[in-house]
Design a protein around this ligand. Structure first.
Ligand code: 1HN
Length: 344
């Protein structure tokens, strides 16, 4: 047999590498290029397991010192990389009574889904909104934001950010505000009145690529699902699933991340589907399981499940269930890349 070191092709590839060149026919050999294959793993976190760690963090660090006091949900495939999926960051943030999470802004967009506790607010560019469990809140890219807890119980929410995506594009910028909090410039929930009542100021022209509405209250989203549920035609895979929309455009609440709220009736046994967007689910009410690529993840209230893009999933609900979810679908759709396969 020939000595492999004298293989003329091997020598060729070595010389290519020395010139920062590579042969495509070798790099692509044996790779299935017919469909995407995410490195991300399906994964679930039970709130009962994570909450004690979050409360420990509450004893260990002050919000002012921690930048943000967040326990990050890291996909095991990306240990140390602050990624829940290939494109999305997720973490559970704790703000204790009396605390302030200092004001800053960054080019990443954040969305929040409130898990527990009353009495906190978040501020976006000088407008505050009070947070209640189940509220979906958008912090647009490059908007000044701080959070505070003026109540008397711990407040926890899930942060979703597009940090991996923004990092991949080398577009990450951030700035710290000179003061701890942004001055209050408008009455609380001003945006809700202006844009969130199925009306718009006459002549309104969207000022930024983000929702005019800041806080999508659980009260109203939950009421919509409850009203529709008895007569709705269910999607075989996703039950009754609504998306949060920007009332001024009908589009997504942010250019990179979308939010959804869905109802799965008790006994629902969903058809298998797959979608190219990677999705982070949070159970809000009820119980059930999601089977992702053959692995079953049981969930109850506040548990989190990650479904990477293009892996087959199906949902089952053992009780009437409400699931919140966020995904990178807006970014994929803007680029003409999003697909779904519902086997029909
Ligand atoms: C951030 O600004 C917040 O403002 C939370 O609450 C989590 C994770 C990475 C980068 C910025 C916040 C964050 C973050």
């Amino acid at each position: 047999m020939d000595d492999i070191r004298s293989d003329p092709q091997l020598d060729f590839h070595r010389r290519l590498a020395e010139q920062d060149l590579a042969a495509l026919w070798v790099a692509r050999r044996g790779v299935d290029l017919s469909k995407p294959r995410s490195d991300a793993q399906p994964k679930a976190w039970l709130y009962d397991d994570v909450r004690p760690r979050l409360m420990e963090a509450g004893d260990l660090v002050r919000a002012e010192d921690a930048f943000r006091r967040v326990i990050v949900l890291e996909n095991p495939a990306y240990a140390g990389e602050m990624r829940a999926t290939n494109t999305l960051y997720a973490g559970l943030q704790l703000v204790l009574p009396g605390e302030i999470a200092p004001c800053h802004r960054h080019s990443q967009t954040a969305v929040r889904f409130v898990i527990e506790g009353e009495g906190a607010y978040t501020s976006v560019d000088g407008e505050r909104t009070r947070l209640h469990p189940g509220d979906f809140v958008v912090t647009p890219a490059w908007s000044w934001h701080d959070h505070g807890n003026q109540g008397n119980e711990p407040v926890v929410w899930l942060d979703g950010l597009d940090t991996p995506l923004v990092g991949f594009l080398d577009t990450a910028f951030r700035e710290t505000y000179a003061e701890l909090t942004h001055p209050v410039l408008r009455p609380e929930d001003d945006a809700q009145a202006r844009y969130g009542a199925n009306m718009l100021p006459v002549g309104h022209v969207p000022q930024r690529q983000a929702s005019a509405v800041m806080n999508y209250s659980y009260k109203s989203s939950r009421a919509a699902l409850a009203q529709l549920a008895p007569t709705a035609t269910l999607d075989p895979a996703d039950g009754l699933r609504l998306r949060y929309s920007d009332p001024a455009t009908g589009g997504w609440p942010s250019p990179t991340m979308g939010g959804f709220l869905q109802h799965l009736p008790r006994g629902f046994s969903g058809a298998e589907a797959r979608m190219t967007d990677s999705t982070i689910y949070v159970c809000v009410e009820g119980r059930g399981r999601t089977i992702v690529n053959g692995t079953s993840f049981e969930w109850g209230s506040h548990d989190v499940v990650v479904v990477p893009g293009w892996l087959p999933y199906r949902h089952e609900a053992t009780d009437d269930a409400i699931l919140f979810s966020l995904s990178d679908r807006p970014a994929q759709q803007a680029l003409g890349l999003w697909r779904e396969d519902k086997g029909r």
